[in-house]
Design a protein around this ligand. Sequence first.
Ligand SMILES: [Zn+2]
Length: 81
Amino acid sequence: MAVRARYRMRDYTITADPVTPATYQAVCVTGEDADCGADSDHQETEAAVERWIAEHTRDTGHDFYRRARWDYVKAEPGAWQ
Ligand SMILES: [Zn+2]
């Protein structure tokens, strides 16, 4: 016997928060068995995270990173479909 479920769908408007600035972060994922894991923590600018990457590469020779831009958004529920 098949079980069926019905879900009501709703539209959401997602917009960038104008007050909270985005941050930038990089994590060193160099390594064969395990990632290095060194973390830049949250930086205020992309240039700052690139500077952190350059310094980490200079100091360790590591050359592979996961980089992210973290921004903040507001979600407002809209009409039901
Ligand atoms: Zn590293």
